[in-house]
Design a protein around this ligand. Structure first.
Ligand SMILES: Nc1ncnc2c1ncn2[C@@H]1O[C@H](COP(=O)(O)OP(=O)(O)OP(=O)(O)O)[C@@H](O)[C@H]1O
Ligand SMILES: [Mg+2]
Length: 408
């Protein structure tokens, strides 16, 4: 029985299996090889939507609960808390399982094979803390089991991608640079006569969703009152608005949990006592109308657009007609400079004792590897290396299918 390769990503998920000598990518959505890792609990129809359908339901403003970037929650206590999610009481672990079971069903629809075994990708490090990392993998394994897979094994995502990188000359070194939505992962490998040999892997918990957070905090949240003054309830004087709510609003995996009575009360107080009335009214509107994800999508689109338009904008029309914020490539680079330095440092660390000049090829994988800042950082670190673009969104699942075929 074949094993299904699944790349369960923070932002996008893909699955593949070998058909003879070639990789067969599961059409995880009609006509598409990737699936947004999004879930929407539709209140009216009492249905769970996943992928593009979930995104569309959110954008249409349907009544319900939207979630994205659930991979970032793996390994935290939040995963196993029972909570009311839309029309059901369930844990986030069960939500992840429902997502994975849909992937399994779609693999069945495409191949008429019941997959009992999965080879799943995993980041080199889900979390910097080893215990949390281990818990995250246990959580994910349990979700696969709940989804109907009887056995699941794991392979670091960049090691899977390395299998698809294309042949280097014998004994040359390659470095896979997989910058995704939640993590940046690196694998240093050597080309041997008939296979590649993995020398070292390293990863950090920084990815495109963190870029989105910083862009939102710096460029959008000030319009909602971040850093603004609030009049004290007693006596005179003002204090700065608490930052936590802005931080949560800017963080993909936290947005879904913001729409509580406590938050509504806090925001109503801010709207009453805030000095910049217009800004705090917007914040009130975002919580009241549950627009947090709409803003996050706008920020993400603005971030992507800024890479190839010198004068990009973040379109906040969902919040207020005609409201836009400029975001130039330069401003984007400045906002992300600390994270870029951390990612560069991690790439360097992945080399171990190898000198950067000995890397013959840098193999880019992952949606965030399409960021101009990332290409530039890797060019600075490896000026002499050939740059290879693997399939940004399917290299990991392709490699998992190849590795899975060797397991069985
Ligand atoms: N053209 C682009 N330019 C810049 N960033 C992009 C582009 N396209 C997608 N992204 C970003 O890439 C990220 C998603 O990449 P990808 O699908 O590789 O991640 P993932 O595999 O789901 O996450 P991870 O591997 O970290 O769990 C998102 O943050 C998205 O905003
Ligand atoms: Mg990935």
């Amino acid at each position: 029985m074949p094993t299904l390769g699944i790349d369960f990503g923070t932002s996008n998920t893909a699955a593949a299996v070998m058909a003879g000598d070639t990789v067969f990518r599961i059409p995880v959505e009609p006509g598409r090889e990737t699936l947004p890792t999004s879930v929407f609990f539709d209140m009216d129809r009492k249905r769970t939507l996943i992928g593009s359908a979930a995104n569309a339901a959110l954008i249409d403003g349907r009544e319900g609960r939207f979630m994205r970037a659930l991979k970032s929650v793996l390994g935290t206590p939040l995963m196993r808390e029972q909570r009311q999610i839309g029309y059901e009481k369930m844990t986030l672990l069960q939500v992840v399982a429902r997502f994975l079971s849909t992937v399994r069903e779609r693999a069945y629809d495409a191949t008429r094979l019941e997959f009992d075994a999965a080879l799943s990708g995993r980041p080199v490090r889900f979390h910097p803390d080893p215990a949390r990392h281990a818990q995250a993998q246990l959580d994910l394994a349990e979700a696969y089991q709940l989804a109907g897979f009887k056995t699941v094994s794991f392979l670091p995502e960049p090691e899977a991608a390395a299998l698809t990188a294309g042949r280097l000359e014998q004994r040359q070194l390659g470095l896979v640079v997989d910058i995704g939505g939640g993590t940046s992962d690196f694998t240093l490998y050597r080309q041997d006569a008939d296979a590649i040999h993995v020398l070292n892997s390293h990863g950090v918990r920084i990815g495109g969703t963190d870029f989105d957070r910083l862009v939102s905090l710096a460029h959008v949240m000030p319009l909602l009152g971040r850093g603004g003054d609030v009049r004290n309830a007693f006596g005179s004087g003002t204090t700065t608005a608490p930052n936590a709510i802005f931080n949560d609003l800017a963080t993909w995996e936290k947005i879904a949990f913001l729409y509580t009575a406590d938050t509504r009360r806090l925001v109503a107080d801010l709207a009453k006592m805030g000095v910049d009335q217009k800004a705090f009214d917007r914040l009130d509107e975002v919580i009241d109308m549950e627009l947090g994800h709409d803003i996050a999508f706008a920020v993400e689109a603005g971030k992507i657009a800024a890479n190839d338009t010198p004068q990009g904008v973040i379109d906040l029309g969902a919040l207020e007609r005609g409201l836009t914020v400029p975001l130039s490539a330069q401003a984007l680079g400045d906002t992300l400079s600390d994270l870029t330095a951390d990612i560069k440092e991690a790439a360097y660390e992945a080399l171990g004792d190898t000198a950067p000049r000995d890397v013959a090829a840098v193999v880019f994988v992952g949606g965030s590897s399409l960021m101009g800042t990332m290409t530039q950082a890797m060019t600075e670190l490896f000026p002499q290396a050939r740059q290879v673009r693997a399939q940004a969104f399917t290299a990991v699942s392709d490699g998992l299918a190849m590795a899975a075929a060797r397991l069985t």
